[in-house]
Design a binder for this molecule. Sequence first.
Ligand code: OGA
Ligand code: MN
Length: 288
Amino acid sequence: MNIQVKRLSYALGAEVTGVDVSKPLSEATIGAIRAAWLEHQVLVFPNAELTPDQQVAFSRNFGDIELNLTKHYRDAASPGVVRITNRVVDGKPSISRNVGRTWHSDSAFACVPPMGSLLYCAALPDVGGDTLFASTYMAYERLSPTLRGIVDRLEVVNDRLAAPELTWIPPEQAARERIEYPPTVQPMVRVHPETGRKGIFCNETVTVRIHGMTVEESRGLLHYLYAHSIRAEFVYRHRWNLGDLVMWDNRCTIHLAPVDYDMNQVRDMYRVTLAGTPTGRVFDSSTE
Ligand code: OGA
Ligand code: MN
């Protein structure tokens, strides 16, 4: 198999061709894909033509499947796959239709956030429905040495229930979820466990403050980092084609799904999530 890797932007992103992701692959091919993933952070496999089971099989080449963190969006018909869709499911608009409307890395509220995800495009609106990715490496590396020295030493408090998409949930459900997903303390800068590179690891979706500081005290620096992290030069904007499979490294990127399309048209994506390694701990107010 003769893999070709073509960069899609300066910051991150590459298109991979010459590999049939629907079939079992050799160790050499899997190794080449993994190396490209670590280098480019986001890989695009065009014309992947995958069933959900084939998507799971391909994903398993790179790690274990994360089932727990995505269970709210799980599709009973295909274990291992969640549907991110604005289709009507069981007579109601899917609760996944507004996933990703603010910049985030997936499940950054969890003590063990996912390593990455593989998102497959099954239906697309006429125009738009894009996904934007930003390199947290580049954002970190472009900070001044003095600010890098400061953020290196800070931690943040992340809270799943702070996510804008969850503000609708009823209070009883919020109380239950508060027990299942307590706030966590995470490093402001994450060292990638495979590449050793550092990236900014806080985001506007779930980060509520700097650990040991008040919300007010935290606001200025956090807002600066959020704005800095999505500067145009750190971003790759993926314009989907039907059948694209996009695989992102959740340890060194953030992403966004803007409402840049007609929501009356169907956008249907299938996602497989890879389990990650620990980054955080449950927040304990007695340690602040
Ligand atoms: C996700 C997500 C983005 C999209 O699945 O985690 O943020 O474009 N999706 O659907
Ligand atoms: Mn996401």
